[in-house]
Design a binder for this molecule. Structure first.
Ligand SMILES: *Cc1c(COP(=O)(O)O)cnc(C)c1O
Length: 460
């Protein structure tokens, strides 16, 4: 008997019009943008895959929750609703709202990270690394070796290598390590999950050395989906049960609610320790706002509470992650080199294999992003040498092991027809890949250069 297909557990109530420019217009626009995709006007992009952050579609329940927003400065009903939902789903008693994920990092790291602090993790996210290096701390990447080979299959490429973590602790000394950051799923590593077994192991090591374990949790429910579908012993557990168990091993978390809480803006810190909570509150008041709103409006906290509930629903997660996998499978069929297994929120194209004639110092993943925009109006983002930035001390380029173009899929936004368009566009570039030329940076900022750098074509 034919297997029953799986369709979205929602239907579309409102649409947003998008337009496609001509190829000539796009060639002109990208030149005007100095070949930096961040510089394009969003209206000149047909399918926007620059991020899945804050770009998802809210549900009718979330939109109606906005009307319940209590905008009281202190002690609003909306804060209580959000706090109770977070505590119910994730287990932490102390909650601090912030305006987005990096703000949560700023507040928490103000309390924890000092000059010379060492923060081990599994491929720190760029803002996380930015906040640590800005404080003259050092990030040590302890991800398992399998993670850096795009063609190796491993079900949990986000895993942190326990031995590398122990070695780092030995090398730098416990007293210099205020926390370990575990990113679920690991965004920089390709949207790759961390297994429950690994979480447990890392938590044991941290407990043994009395080091705080903090989860960078933007895509925690996608991580839970992978645990349910890939890890033995979890196939019959609900997403919510898995999520609860994951966080039971952590001392706290930072959250970009723009991802798995399916809202356009917002974030929070959640903690077990009252002492650390109190310390963070002071920084929150300085940087974000009073402790019961921290840069969020009451209505956004309402939408967040609903979004967390919807974001931890199995059927929703299955549709979402299957759509990302559909993109991956179509590209793979066309012979396009990809990072495997496919990430939860994005497909990563292997630019080193796609454009082997362009050296990393000429930014092949950036080139690929520019070419895909020209071809089909699709905007991805470089996760490669530009993003890796210069060494903070030597100022030398530090090309990473992987050079990727990330195609991040917003939640509940595009149909599979859009996915087919992306596939078509990338195939066109694939067919003329030998003729693509490298890029050269003409200006860059001293930190986080990828957002604002300008480029020109490297004619050499
Ligand atoms: C997006 C993200 C952040 C930063 O959150 P913002 O809301 O963009 O400030 C931090 N860590 C990870 C893993 C993320 O994906």
């Amino acid at each position: 008997m034919e297997k029953m297909p799986f369709a979205e557990p929602w239907r579309i109530k409102m649409v947003e019009h998008i337009k496609m420019l001509s190829k000539e217009e796009r060639e002109h626009k990208i030149k005007e943008a100095d070949f930096n995709l961040f510089n394009l006007s969003a209206e000149d992009v047909y399918i926007d895959l620059i991020t899945d952050s804050g770009t998802s579609a809210m549900s009718d329940r979330q939109w109606s929750a906005l009307m319940l927003g209590d905008e009281a400065y202190a002690g609003s009903k909306s804060f209580k609703k959000m706090k109770n939902k977070i505590t119910e789903l994730l287990g932490f008693p102390y909650i601090i709202p912030t305006h987005q994920g990096r703000a949560a990092e700023n507040v928490l790291f103000s309390a924890l990270v000092k000059e010379g602090s060492v923060v081990p993790g599994n491929a720190h996210f760029d803002t996380t690394k930015g906040h640590i290096e800005f404080r003259k701390g050092i990030c040590v990447d302890c991800t398992i070796d399998e993670a850096s080979d795009p063609s190796v299959y491993h079900p949990f490429k986000g895993n942190l290598d326990p031995q590398k973590l122990e070695n780092t602790i030995q090398k730098y000394g416990v007293e210099n390590i205020p926390l370990v950051v575990l990113t679920v799923t690991c965004n920089t590593g390709g949207g790759q999950p961390v297994s429950m077994e690994n979480i447990r192991k890392i938590s044991e090591i941290c407990k043994k050395h009395k080091i705080k374990l903090i989860f960078d949790s933007a895509r925690f429910s996608e991580n839970a989906y992978f645990i349910k579908t890939r890890e033995t012993g979890y196939e019959n557990k609900t997403i919510k049960e898995i999520v609860k168990e994951m966080f039971s091993y952590a001392d706290g978390m930072t959250m970009s609610a723009k991802k798995d809480a399916i809202i356009n803006m917002g974030g929070f810190i959640a903690l077990n320790s009252q002492e650390l909570f109190r310390e963070c509150c002071t920084f929150n008041i300085i940087f974000e706002g009073y402790i019961t709103y921290g840069g969020m409006s009451g209505r956004d906290m309402e939408a967040l509470a609903v979004g967390l509930e919807e974001g931890t629903d199995y059927n929703y997660l299955h549709t979402r992650i299957s759509q990302v996998a559909y993109l991956g499978e179509q590209l793979k069929k066309a012979g396009i080199p990809l990072l495997e297994p496919f990430g939860g929120h994005a497909i990563y194209v292997d630019a080193l294999k796609f454009l082997p004639h362009i050296p990393q110092t000429q930014y092949p993943a950036q080139v690929l992003g520019v070419e895909l925009y020209i071809e089909a109006g699709v905007r991805g983002v470089e996760i490669g040498t530009v993003l890796a930035d210069r060494d903070p001390i030597t100022r030398a380029e530090r090309p990473p092991k992987m050079e990727l173009l990330r195609l991040a899929i917003p939640r509940r936004v595009y149909t599979n027809n859009h996915i087919d368009m992306i596939v078509w566009g990338l195939k066109q570039v694939w067919n003329r890949r030998d003729k693509c030329k490298g890029l050269k940076i003409t200006w860059e900022a001293p930190i986080m250069r990828h957002f604002t750098a300008t480029f020109c074509i490297n004619e050499k």
